[in-house]
Ligand binder design. Structure first.
Ligand code: 9D3
Length: 276
């Protein structure tokens, strides 16, 4: 078989293993139950020798705050690799490469990760210098630690493992796989509190539906994330649709699309508005 069953093993080094209970839900939970995701949680406190089980200490050179100690982290990672084999050691920290779907895809192709969670206190630089293979951030905002970032990375990768998400078409049509935002979705009822579903979706005309959805994909992307339009292939027809809304290939994302009037062609949702 071309798409053989793969298992992703993730060992996480964290003083807060309880946070990872969140991964027992939803798709990561199902992946764990099916043995497709094997999650190991390792508390660096268990690799300390002192009675206080100290994992942090004051910084050399002075200044405020504390720094995660190198020895408990090294010992924890070395114990993991002695048991489960050498994995890709990834530090979650604000200094890392900002996570993209492309990085998720690269990492999801590997069999074993060792995630080291950073902390607002910072991590002894020797961890970065001598232990870590790559460093990942999930964006430009301040978290209290790397745990939630580690969970974001795990969640994003697990759903790419063949067979974890039921319908492979769902994964390959994802907005960040196609590079554009998604079109609107509706399900029953046809009318809710006077707000009706766009007629084209009820028309049974598959060609018209496909055309409407493509238009919505393009207009939503133009309005909310015009930067994405710079890095995707746009057909002549796509460019014509966008041009009708003030976009041109040359100005692309530099235009402030938020000030453009981009509706979904269906702004009058309330039936009572129809003859207002
Ligand atoms: C004073 C400089 N701060 C960096 C902006 C220090 C600092 C704050 C918060 C250092 C670490 C942290 C804790 N954050 C993470 O460990 C972290 C993180 C994040 O804060 N934002 C986005 N991605 C990540 S991945 C790990």
């Amino acid at each position: 078989m071309a798409s053989s069953i793969r298992v992703l093993r993730v060992d996480v080094v964290t003083p807060f293993p309880g946070m990872f209970r969140a991964l027992e839900e939803s798709i990561p939970g199902r992946a764990q139950a099916a043995g497709r995701l094997i999650l190991g949680l390792h508390n660096p406190r268990d690799e300390t020798d002192d009675p206080h089980r100290t994992v942090d200490d004051a910084p050399f050179g002075g200044g405020g705050g504390m720094v995660l100690k190198v020895d408990p982290i090294f010992r924890t990672v070395e114990r993991i690799c002695a048991t489960a084999g050498k994995g890709e050691v990834i530090l979650l920290s604000p200094q890392g490469d900002v996570l993209t779907q492309r990085i998720v895809e690269q990492l999801a192709a590997l069999d074993h990760w060792v995630l080291v969670c950073g902390h607002y206190k910072g991590v002894d630089e020797r961890v970065r210098e001598h232990l870590v293979d790559r460093e990942v951030s999930i964006g430009d905002y301040v978290l209290s630690g790397g745990e939630l970032a580690a969970m974001v990375l795990i969640d994003a990768a697990v759903r790419l493992l063949p067979g974890v998400v039921g319908n492979p078409a769902t994964v390959s049509s994802d907005s960040h796989t196609t590079g554009l935002l998604d079109h609107p979705h509706y399900t029953r009822p046809e009318v809710f509190r006077g707000w009706s579903v766009p007629g084209v979706l009820l028309s049974g005309d598959h060609g018209a539906v496909a055309q409407w959805r493509r238009e919505q994909v393009l207009l939503r992307t133009l309005r909310n994330r015009p930067d994405l339009l710079d890095s995707v292939f746009l057909s002549e027809e796509d460019q014509r649709i966008l041009a009708r809304h003030g976009w041109s290939l040359s100005n692309g994302s530099r235009r402030d699309a938020r000030q453009m009037e981009v509706g979904n062609g269906h702004t009058r949702h309330r039936e009572s508005d129809a003859d207002a």
